[in-house]
Design a protein around this ligand. Structure first.
Ligand code: NAD
Length: 359
């Protein structure tokens, strides 16, 4: 018997969930909800098997629905989590799990006191390439892990374009990397010093670099920005992770199609090259299917607590960057050029369907 699922929020991410759920034997998509008529129209075409609704209460009222996927923007999330817990429905939530730190911790409290299964889509934590790196550290072949270095720079969502309620790029996207560094170091943040820059006269930094220490003494640096060639003729990105131990190191880079992991241990040198895997939603829903089936939460699923901690530290790092000079380079006219350019892109980094009718 397949598990009936309701997807709430049918934008860019909701459509990714639909695709993967339709291919997974364990689930059937019973409902799709979106409060935007055009998104419902797309849903009707892509999921003729599902009921398409404008009001998510219909989904919470249906006792057959066992899992909800919460993929609206974060401002709607807490009240949906509340209703999922009250009606005993498992949850896959997009990050951040709510719109403010207080609401995020309320969401953590709700799911931790409820018997339901829950996870937040912090997909970097269960990607094959980061798992391979984590295994290399655990094997001891790199010596003791000392340094975590992460960089993710793409053209990405332009300022003012999309998830405004979820903060500047270092929170909206950067919280993934804040979570990843913590997961790789297996420790809590102790210190941070951040430098940001405002670009194109926007009020918030759109590039930020932070470094500091974890409680266990491991040091880290994270660089994240959606500033990498917004108007370049051929767009590209720069994304890598390096883990440096006392004896060896490993590193990863990807082009969103293929990920490459190089491990330079004391006894072994390994080169692994495999498909990147995108947002890994297939893996997340497989872990959720297994958790529902066995009644035991698979710990490879990132938790609401992981998400709340990452979000909280991303905000703290942004706050620190504001105290450290925060220069401004570029003009509002350039930003307008970027908006116009992105409106006409057919294939670009982080394009949102409701802003770009070509996708
Ligand atoms: N995990 C990741 O890597 C990742 C990547 C991109 C986005 N996200 C997160 O996923 C969420 C959605 O992002 P997106 O890029 O798909 O945005 P989007 O704007 O493309 O989609 C959001 C959809 O939700 C709908 N919606 C909003 N409020 C609603 C409500 N109350 N009821 C029903 N529908 C509602 C909107 O009409 C829209 O169609 C955001 O929180 C974002 O931060 C996560």
């Amino acid at each position: 018997m397949k598990t009936p699922v309701g997807i709430i929020g049918f934008g860019r991410m909701g459509r990714c969930y639909l695709k993967e759920l339709q291919q997974n034997e364990a689930f059937e998509v019973a409902y799709i909800c979106d409060n935007d008529a055009e998104s419902r129209e797309v849903a009707r075409k892509q999921a003729p098997e599902a009921q398409i609704v404008a009001d998510d209460q219909v989904i919470f009222d249906d006792n057959n629905v066992q899992l909800v996927v919460l993929s609206t923007t974060a401002d709607a999330r807490l009240q949906q989590i509340r209703r999922a817990c009250a009606t005993g429905k498992h949850i896959i939530a997009e990050k951040p799990i709510a719109d403010t730190p207080e609401n995020e911790w309320e969401a953590v409290r709700l799911v931790e006191q409820s018997p339901i299964m829950s996870t937040a889509n912090m997909y970097l934590q269960n990607s094959w390439y980061h798992e391979a790196m984590s295994e290399a550290v655990k094997s001891g072949d790199l010596g003791e892990l000392a340094i975590v270095r992460i960089c993710h720079m793409t053209p990405g969502l332009a300022p003012g374009e999309g998830h405004e309620s979820e903060g500047p790029s270092f929170h909206d996207c950067g919280m993934h990397y804040v979570n990843l560094a913590r997961w790789l170091a297996q420790s809590e943040y102790k210190t941070w010093h951040a430098q940001g820059i405002r670009m194109w006269d926007w009020k918030d930094p759109w590039w930020l670099q932070v470094h500091g220490t974890f409680e266990n003494g491991i040091v880290y640096d994270i660089t994240q920005g959606f500033v990498y060639g917004q108007l370049s003729k051929d767009q590209t990105h720069n994304s890598y992770v390096e883990l440096i131990g006392t004896k060896g190191f490993c590193r990863m880079k990807h082009d969103f199609k293929t990920a490459v992991v190089d491990i330079h241990g004391v006894t072994e040198t390994k080169h692994i090259e495999r498909p990147h895997g995108g947002k890994n939603i297939d893996r997340l829903i497989a872990l959720m299917a297994e958790s529902i089936e066995t009644g035991k939460r698979n710990i490879c699923m990132p938790s609401f607590r992981d998400s709340a901690i990452a979000s909280e530290y991303a905000w703290k790092m942004l706050e620190d960057a504001r105290k450290n000079e925060l220069p401004s380079i570029g003009t509002h006219e350039e930003l307008e050029e970027i908006w116009e350019h992105r409106r006409n892109l057919k294939d670009g980094y982080g394009l949102l369907p409701r802003l770009n009718k070509n996708v």
